[in-house]
Design a protein around this ligand. Structure first.
Ligand SMILES: *Cc1c(COP(=O)(O)O)cnc(C)c1O
Ligand code: SF4
Length: 392
């Protein structure tokens, strides 16, 4: 009964929050014309970064006010006007609000938390490159993003820092050593471009980078990790899509955390990419009070499949300094997978992983279906808990 009750409440919650506000109803945007609104540069330029601006859009709590003041420098607050329309102005527990608005909880440093929990800086053979697995590398193409997520694993790198010279759009020299390293290492067949958000670079810089990497004969395919279709979908322009198409196969991994993020506008961006033959996958960070209920996670996965995004990973929230308030027990993640496998389409089930602290790479964690194993005999259980014996 309790479970049913909870489900109904969540259903109502999901239904209630799915409609974003029309931007013209928000006083500071009422005179913005639709062409400006649809321009990604306008969206970037008008990101909300101060308490004063944000308080015109939502009613701030004291914890948020304190959090915004402290979050300057790395990972300062930056909320696109588009994202602002998705935030519930009256509910501090709104899942989209909690991902974007800093709170005083970020200043708490807890046991086990680290600055660089995945030891990416240690496993870096060239600037901006992380080489952990034998056949693939991670290239950190920029440290800017459309919006800054409060749970970011790379908060040591990511954010606006105007003191540093703007060489973002001149990747020629910046990535030379990384590209030389990839060229000289014939085992690398897969290059994952991430950041920050690679789509914060100008189209020409993106093209330049893709062209350079694709011209290395042993690189079989490229992947780009992005959150832009979710935080600033206006960035997915026809020109960008055509560039990506030109360097096919390029796959995209898009960071989605909540069904409310899948708006009509976001769907348009994803459709443009899919229609151009770019395969889309999702990455989700398990976040306490945001997406840690099995029903909600299932809803997210269903919505993703509907917009042709294949669920790829659910990540345990990494032990980065100042993120304890987002972290759930591991059992929460395992239980989510338990509630998905068998209960819904296999295509809607991502792999739950913990990135091994200290640089262990992604380690899958999930329910145990093998009850015992003896010579020639496996005792298994299915999703309903029924027991089966498989003889080899
Ligand atoms: C996540 C990651 C990859 C890609 O891993 P896949 O499981 O192939 O998606 C590669 N290198 C590093 C350092 C990573 O963190
Ligand atoms: S988009 Fe990714 S890299 Fe950027 S702040 Fe969010 S989690 Fe961090």
């Amino acid at each position: 009964m309790l479970v049913d009750n909870e489900k109904t409440q969540t259903e109502i919650h999901v239904r209630k929050i799915q409609r974003p506000r029309d931007y013209q109803q928000i006083c500071i945007y009422k005179d913005v014309n639709p062409l400006e609104w649809e321009d990604w540069r306008w969206q970037l330029k008008h990101r909300i970064s101060t308490k004063e601006e944000l308080s015109q859009v939502i009613k701030l709590t004291p914890e948020e006010e304190k959090g915004i003041e402290k979050a300057t420098g790395r990972l300062s607050m930056a909320i696109t006007p588009y994202w602002a329309t998705l935030i519930d102005p009256d509910d501090p527990s709104c899942p989209l609000r909690r991902q974007a608005v800093p709170t005083s909880a970020e200043s708490i440093a807890s046991a086990h938390e680290m600055i660089d929990p995945l030891a990416e800086d240690r496993d870096s053979p060239a600037p901006h490159l992380v080489h952990r697995y034998p056949d693939r590398v991670l290239l950190l193409a920029t440290d800017h993003c459309g919006m800054y997520c409060r749970h970011c694993t790379r908060r040591r790198l990511v954010g606006e820092h105007p003191q540093e010279p703007e060489q973002e759009n001149n990747p020629v020299s910046k990535f030379d050593a990384a590209i030389e390293y990839i060229k000289s290492n014939k085992k690398i067949r897969d290059v994952l471009i991430s950041g920050g958000d690679p789509f914060m670079l100008e189209d020409e810089a993106i093209e330049n980078l893709l062209q350079k990497i694709r011209s290395i004969s042993h690189v079989e395919f490229l992947r780009i990790g992005t959150r832009v279709p979710v935080t600033i979908p206006q960035r997915i322009t026809e020109k960008l899509v055509n560039t990506l198409k030109k360097y096919s196969p390029v796959w995209l991994s898009i960071h989605f955390n909540h069904p409310k993020e899948i708006t009509r506008r976001c769907k348009i961006a994803c459709d443009m990419l899919s229609d151009a033959g770019i395969p889309l996958g999702s990455q989700t960070v398990l976040l306490k009070g945001i997406n840690d209920r099995p029903y909600l996670m299932k809803k997210l996965m269903h919505e993703l499949v509907k917009i042709r995004v294949r669920p790829y990973y659910i990540y345990q929230c990494d032990p980065v300094k100042g993120t304890q308030h987002f972290r759930t027990p591991v059992a929460t993640g395992i239980n989510i997978i338990e509630k998905l496998r068998g209960h819904t389409s296999g295509y809607a089930i991502p792999t739950y992983v913990i990135d091994g602290p200290g640089g262990g790479g992604k380690i899958p964690v999930g329910p145990n279906y093998v009850l015992s194993q003896a010579k020639g005999k496996y005792v298994l259980r299915n999703y309903k808990g029924k027991i089966y014996t498989y003889l080899e």
